[in-house]
Design a protein around this ligand. Structure first.
Ligand code: GNR
Ligand code: NI
Length: 167
């Protein structure tokens, strides 16, 4: 197991589009284990492989209170079921310290592979529905700050760059 470094906005590597996993093998299971350790260490509720500079379609999530219900999504695909949306105050380990409201579809279905390469289907709601969409966005090179105004996004970018210069 290993704690991996998390890329931060505006690193252009976060814009990479991740490739599908062709074989769920031991190396993918190792990546999943490292991503879970990294997510728990960083106290996030989700992590996409993109954020640790691995451009494969792998996502881990744990939205449980006790942080003991890891969920793994390999090659996740989303289907939007209707026009219903929800607003949620989002944050991101790649945009540390900033939170903004984002509107997303609320009725969705997810198909993905588990760590054994078996397909499963899920109809998440609430924070899990928000989080899985946030993570699939990462795999497509997209960040939650892309949904807010250019002014706010640039302000966040400048503050993060300034903080990093001081660090
Ligand atoms: O830890 C996280 N919290 C969070 C809160 C609201 C909406 C989405 C998230 S995901 C984020 C972890 C992360 O950056 N995943 O990519
Ligand atoms: Ni994120």
């Amino acid at each position: 197991m290993a704690i991996l470094d998390i890329l931060e906005f505006p690193d252009p590597l976060l814009r990479t589009i991740a490739r599908p996993v062709e074989q769920v093998d031991e190396s993918i299971r190792q990546l999943v284990a490292d991503m879970l350790e990294t997510m728990y260490h960083a106290e996030g509720i989700g992590l996409a492989a993109t954020q640790v500079n691995v451009h494969k379609r792998v996502v881990v999530i744990d939205t449980s209170e006790d942080r003991n219900q890891p969920q793994v999504f390999i090659n996740p695909r989303i289907k939007i079921l209707n026009d219903a949306t929800m607003e949620y105050q989002e944050g991101c380990l790649s945009v540390p310290g900033y939170y903004e409201k984002v509107e997303r579809p609320s009725a969705i279905k997810i198909a993905a592979l588990d760590t054994q390469g078996e397909k499963f289907i899920l109809e998440p709601d609430g924070v899990l529905a928000v989080c899985i969409q946030h993570e699939i966005d990462h795999l497509n090179g997209k960040l939650f700050v892309d949904y807010i105004s250019t002014l706010k996004r640039n302000r966040i970018k400048q503050k993060l760059q300034k903080e990093r210069r001081l660090a």
